[in-house]
Design a binder for this molecule. Structure first.
Ligand code: PMT
Length: 351
C-alpha cells in the first residue's frame, strides 16, 4: 500500500464532510492503495546497479522473439536459479536464495518439445537444459584416455558409456536445439542483474503481445542493501558482531503485469515451507498482481507435487510411485497444463 498518510487523511475528511462524495473518495483511496509502478521503476534505477550490457541483451531478446513469432512459435521467458545479494560492493560475502535451477532447466526442455522458443534467464552456473542430466558427474570420470601405437604419441580420448549412458541421445537433442536457435541463454548472478534483465526481457517480449509467456521460477530475494548504503570493502570481523539492516525489494511482478508486458501470459511461483499457508498465499498473489497463474509448491515436496492455481481453478499435479519409477518429471505435467492454458488465453485475446 503506498497511499501516504497525509493524502489518506484528506480523503477521510472529505468523506466526513460530504457523504455524497463517498464513491469518488473510495475510488481515490483504492487507486492510492495500488503499488505505484512508476515509483518501482525509479527505485530500480536509483538503488540497483544497472548492468552495462542490458541494452545489448534487450535487443537480442527482442530480435529472438520477433524471429520465432514470425515462424509461428510462441515464446516463453523462463527465470531460473537464485539471486545473490552482495553485502559489500567489492563482494566477498553475499546472501543467496535457494534454487538449484532444476525446475527452470527441466521446464525449458519440455517447452521446447512443445514447440516454444525459450529465453532462459538463469543464475550463472545453476542447472542448464540438457547438461543438467550430467550435473553430478565428474567430467574426467566420464572420459578415458587410450594410448595406442595406432594413434601416435597423442593417443585418443573416448567417452565412458557406463558413466554417461544417455549421452548420445541428449547430445543429439542439444545440437538440434542449438542449430535451430530455440534457446537463448542469458545469465544473472546478483539481484540487481536479475531485476534489470527481467525488465529488459519484459519490454523486449511485449512486442509479441499474448504470444509471450513469463514463467518466473527463479527464487528472488525479498531483501537487499541499497548501493548507497553498501560498504565498499570487506566487512571486518575485528569490528565485532555484524548487524544487518536490509530494505524490502520492490515486487517486480507488479510493473511486469501492469506496465512492461501487459498482454503477456504470466505465471509466478509460490514457494513455502509451511503447506498450511501455501494456497492462501497463492490466491493472495493472484488478487494482488492480477496475473494469470500461480504454481504453488512446498520446498520438501516440490519435485512430486504442485498446485496450479488460477483465479477460477485449482489443479493438483502429483507424481505417483509408478511415475517416479518411470523417471517421469513433474515439469512435464506443469508445462503441459500451462501450454494448454496459454493457447486458450491467446484465443480469448484475439477473439
Ligand atoms: O530450482 P529448484 O531447486 O528446482 O527449485 C524450484 C523452486 C522451488 C525455486 C521454484 O519452484 C519456486 O518456487 N520458485 C519461486 C520461489 C520464490 O521466490 O517464491 P516467492 O514466494 O519468494 O516469490 C513469489 C513470486 O514473486 C516469484 O515468482 C518471484 O518471481 C516473484 N517475486 C519475488 C520477489 C520480488 N522482489 N519480486 C517478485 O516479483
Amino acid at each position: 500500500m503506498c497511499a501516504n498518510g497525509r493524502s489518506a487523511e484528506v480523503v477521510v475528511k472529505l468523506l466526513e464532510s460530504n457523504p455524497e462524495t463517498e464513491s469518488k473518495a473510495l475510488a481515490l483511496l483504492s487507486i492510492m492503495a495500488e503499488p505505484r509502478v512508476s515509483s518501482i521503476d525509479g527505485k530500480l534505477n536509483e538503488e540497483f546497479a544497472v548492468p552495462s550490457h542490458v541494452e545489448e541483451v534487450k535487443e537480442k531478446m527482442s530480435a529472438f522473439a520477433k524471429h520465432h513469432v514470425a515462424a509461428g512459435r510462441r515464446v516463453v521467458l523462463i527465470t531460473s536459479g537464485g539471486t545473490k545479494v552482495p553485502l559489500e560492493s567489492r563482494t566477498v560475502r553475499f546472501l543467496d536464495n535457494f534454487s538449484s535451477g532444476r525446475r527452470g532447466a527441466c521446464s525449458a526442455e519440455y517447452f521446447i518439445d512443445s514447440g516454444y522458443a525459450v529465453v532462459f534467464l538463469h543464475r550463472h552456473r545453476s542447472l542448464y537444459p540438457y547438461t543438467r542430466t550430467f550435473s553430478t558427474i565428474n567430467m574426467l570420470d566420464a572420459l578415458q584416455f587410450r594410448s595406442d601405437e595406432a594413434f601416435g604419441n597423442s593417443g585418443e580420448v573416448v567417452v565412458n558409456q557406463k558413466v554417461l549412458p544417455n549421452i548420445a541421445k541428449v547430445l543429439k537433442r542439444y545440437q538440434e536445439v542449438k542449430d535451430s536457435r530455440l534457446l537463448l541463454p542469458i545469465e544473472f548472478s546478483t539481484l540487481s542483474e536479475y531485476l534489470h534483465l527481467l525488465k529488459a526481457a519484459a519490454q523486449a517480449l511485449s512486442t509479441i503481445g499474448s504470444m509471450a509467456m513469463f514463467y518466473l521460477a527463479a527464487a528472488v530475494s525479498d531483501f537487499y542493501i541499497p548501493a548507497s548504503e553498501m560498504p565498499e570493502h570487506k566487512i571486518q570481523s575485528s569490528n565485532g558482531p555484524l548487524q544487518l539492516s536490509l530494505n524490502m525489494v520492490p515486487k517486480i511482478l507488479s510493473p511486469l503485469v501492469k506496465d512492461w508486458a501487459p498482454q503477456a501470459f504470466v505465471i509466478s511461483f509460490k514457494l513455502e515451507t509451511d503447506a498450511a499457508i501455501l494456497l492462501d498465499k497463492a490466491r493472495r498473489a493472484l488478487e494482488t498482481y492480477r496475473h494469470q497463474v500461480v504454481v504453488a509448491n512446498v520446498l520438501d515436496s516440490r519435485r512430486g507435487y504442485v498446485v496450479v492455481v488460477t483465479p477460477s481453478t485449482q489443479a493438483e499435479l502429483i507424481l505417483t510411485e509408478e511415475d517416479v519409477k518411470n523417471e517421469v518429471e513433474i515439469e512435464e505435467r506443469i508445462v503441459s497444463n500451462l501450454t494448454s492454458a496459454h493457447k486458450e488465453f491467446i484465443t480469448q485475446q484475439v477473439g
